[in-house]
Design a binder for this molecule. Structure first.
Ligand code: F3S
Length: 64
């Protein structure tokens, strides 16, 4: 599984980071990005799906 954050949609709600800090980084402006290339280890897939479902801006998507 692989995910990405649409930087244009992200409004900095940081729910993704709260749910899965291993998978997301928040920059100084509050914008989220994926750690590394966005590849999600199997043990974190459930939390990646939670993050996708909990982003109010629908900014996180599964790409692979
Ligand atoms: Fe941005 Fe959504 Fe996370 S708005 S900071 S991707 S919860």
């Amino acid at each position: 599984m692989k995910i990405r954050v649409d930087q244009d949609k992200c409004q900095g709600h940081a729910r993704c980071y709260g749910l899965a800090p291993e998978l997301f980084d928040i920059d100084d402006y509050g914008t989220s990005s994926v750690v590394g290339d966005g590849t999600v280890p199997p043990e974190l897939e459930e939390r990646a799906l939670l993050a996708i479902a909990n982003c109010p801006e629908y900014a996180i998507e599964e790409v692979d």
